[in-house]
Design a protein around this ligand. Sequence first.
Ligand code: GLV
Length: 375
Amino acid sequence: MSKKFRVFATCDIGESLELLRKRAYEVEVYPEPQAPPKKLIIEKVKSGIDGLITTLRDPIDAEIFAAGKDTLKVVAQMAVGFDNINRADANRYKLPFTHTADVLTEATAEFAFFMLGALARKMWSAEHLTRENKWSFWHPYLPFLGDEVTGKTIAIIGTGRIGLAMIKKCCGFDMNILCYDPAYQNHEYVKAIQETMDLRHAKGIQKEKTWIKYTSFEDALKQVDFVSVHVPLLREGESETPTYHLFNEKNLKMMKPTAFLVNTSRGPVVDEAALARALKENWIAGAALDVYEKEPLPADSPLRDPAIEDRCRLYPHFASAGKITRLSTDPNKGMAGRCVQGLIDVLEGNYGGDITKMPYVVNKEAFGKLTNIAS
Ligand code: GLV
């Protein structure tokens, strides 16, 4: 490698940064645990760095790309979601950005499933009862009961990688599954799950026959006991099927009053004010959230209302927060490893320098022709 690359990471992403240093990269890391101010990112980009490592907390748009015009060569994001990166602006500046899809799929889906279970079976309230020494007798139904998950019906909203992994977990719990996706359907996968369900039933592994099928959004919401959200955040103008406030007052009211909502996708997919009302006025039975319209969740959020505390589980954008998933240096296992590999691919011109062939680049559409940007 002839050139020494300079990289700024807006966050410490662990040991994977050492891989860059071993390759003689000059790596500077923002030392605080909070996100750096945008002003500082612009300053660093202006100083002539070749690569910028970001997390979902950093707003990356034309201002950043303009600051790095002629010098910045790649933005490598440690996340699968990239709604913090303005794709149209990146394309205008012909700046490739990468993400870390796949490696967090199973971790996120399993956490969504655990959230669902914790919510339905009232595990938080049950632990509080025990810890606060309010468990004064065993009783068949007092002080409360939970709702079983096994054998129930779930709607999977969004059948991309994480939605499909969630389907797999729900299949193991003998659930019936309704699928909805505004843009992408995987009928092969759904067929394979149905065959798995049929085999499990035929072999006596599950007592009842279960089923899976695609349906409309309305149909899914109206029928199910659980709704799990796995769509990317797409605002008006970004897509023909935007997902911003997909769960608004009208749609929440379509759900059964006994149904539960689980969101591990992006906060703005759910209108939080409407959801708080839905919980307070019992339009639905409960919600478990890992993502919010504003993160961290503000102190005055209506979701913190003690009146809905037992039916509203709140987690700190934690679904992918497994040790291996977050930090493994192996690009096939860890977000950090994959993030760094995405950066290396672009800077060192892997895949013959053809950005359209680099697996972790998101905005391939901006690089129709062979674009060798490695120097
Ligand atoms: C987490 O939310 C991610 O997008 O990776």
